[in-house]
Design a protein around this ligand. Structure first.
Ligand code: PMT
Length: 405
């Protein structure tokens, strides 16, 4: 995700410096080349050696160091960065940036760089809420800096409120977003994900093993491409990706209502949810008691959400379905494509190793309206998602003629 990208991580002096070490690890794991620059105060909290070991690069810390000036100057550092991330960014650093002060290694780089800069503030809640900090924050936004807002919670200073450094995973996600071309900017998309639960009493239900991973990957990748993303999610344990508007539902009818409520304004809808085809005809008000007798539960069909979307599809909207199959994959998927009036369908062979439910990978066949099919090899669900959005983008721009036939 960050392959070939150089991230310059600026670390200023606050208790959250130790979390910046985890951030370096995440950047490196995502394939980025990381160069850390520390202020003098940051070095009071964690030694540069930690960051050097994690990034595998020398740590910049002294503007007048003969070593760093002869090998690689602050101007060179400013030029080499594809992205600058400031984590933690203290109130002092924000104030200097708002005023254009450049009196140490990090702040000189910040004036010299033309790369996007992501500011991740962390400080005491009173310092964060102080009118001077809020004024500086406004100035930084006006100057074009991107802000990863601090989280709320229990702070190191024993106070409660906003000021915790944002989750390193969220900072990574925002960083990837800033480095991803905004090919879905101005577009609104809806993704459904996860299973549905159809209760036959308050504590028992009919469901399936969907983890939500495929749908959440689609939502995450669309948000990185700057789409407005609605994620209608059945019950699952995944956290919503940053900048995604999640609507949580339980049953198929709740999912249908949530989706139909939003569908007319969407440029594209991708249905990955494993919607239960049936639900118990009756739901008991209380837990059904055990008895020696057999128990029969009468099932009735659920509404087919995707088929309804196919009937009311506005002109220009791209509608994508998934087909979870265990036999006659292509034929069954093609039938669903036609019956549900889709632009294309993603056929999932559930019998394949590493494909389908719960895995981080998937192996799918994408079938278009013209019958053309492309087999994607085994890849991560994020890579499958990228392939799907590439195709959606081509149709939206009028470029994918065959799938529109
Ligand atoms: O969540 P994961 O663990 O990552 O697993 C991913 C997945 C296997 C769930 C996903 O890749 C997948 O294949 N999703 C489709 C599951 C499914 O319900 O397939 P289907 O062939 O039964 O349905 C065809 C299409 O109609 C699907 O887009 C489905 O969302 C939709 N549908 C189905 C039934 C129904 N009542 N309403 C619907 O809208």
């Amino acid at each position: 995700m960050l392959q070939g990208k150089t991230i310059l991580l600026g670390v200023s002096g606050g208790i959250a410096v130790y979390k910046a070490a985890e951030l370096v690890r995440l950047f490196v794991k995502a394939g980025g080349s990381v160069h850390v620059v520390m202020t003098a105060n940051a070095q009071q909290f964690v030694t540069p050696l930690t960051f050097q070991a994690l990034s595998n690069n020398p740590v910049g810390r002294d503007l007048f160091s003969m070593d760093s000036e002869s090998q690689i100057s602050h101007i060179q550092k400013a030029r080499m960065a594809d992205l600058v991330v400031l984590a933690p960014a203290t109130a002092n650093l924000m104030a200097k940036m708002a005023a254009g002060i450049a009196d140490d290694y990090l702040t000189t780089i910040l004036l010299a760089t033309t790369a996007p800069v992501l500011v991740c503030p962390a400080m005491n809640v009173k310092m964060w809420e102080h009118p001077a900090t809020q004024r500086n924050l406004k100035t930084l936004c006006e100057l074009g800096y991107r802000i990863e807002p601090p989280a709320s919670g229990f702070l190191a200073c024993q106070e409660e409120g906003a000021g915790r450094l944002a989750d390193p995973g969220d900072i990574l996600e925002s960083s990837i977003g800033l480095l991803t071309p905004p090919t879905l900017a101005g577009r609104s998309v809806l993704v459904s994900a996860g299973p549905t639960r159809e209760h036959f009493d308050p504590v028992r239900f009919l469901s399936n093993p969907s983890s939500g991973k495929m749908g959440y990957a689609l939502a995450r990748v669309a948000a990185r491409r700057s789409a407005r993303v609605f994620l209608v999610s059945g019950p699952c344990s995944l956290a919503p990706p940053p900048r995604v508007e999640r609507i949580c539902v339980t049953s198929a009818t709740q999912m249908r209502d949530a989706i139909l409520n939003l569908s007319s304004e969407q440029d594209a809808i991708v249905m990955t949810a494993a919607v239960s085809d049936y639900r118990p005809a009756r739901t008991a008000a209380h837990k059904v008691k055990k008895s020696p007798e057999d128990l029969s539960v009468l099932l009735e069909p659920n509404p087919d959400i995707l088929a309804s979307l196919g009937q009311i599809k506005p002109p220009g909207q791209v509608l994508v379905g998934f087909a979870a199959e265990t036999e006659n994959i292509t034929q069954n998927a093609q039938d669903k494509l036609v019956r549900k009036n889709l632009d294309f369908i993603v056929a999932n062979d559930l019998t394949r190793e590493g494909a389908g439910f719960c895995s981080d990978t998937n192996e799918v066949k994408i079938i278009g309206r013209g019958g053309e099919a492309s087999d994607l090899s085994l890849m991560t669900k994020e890579e499958v998602a990228a392939n799907i959005w590439d195709r959606v983008e081509r149709i939206l721009s009028g470029g994918d003629i065959e799938s529109q036939q």
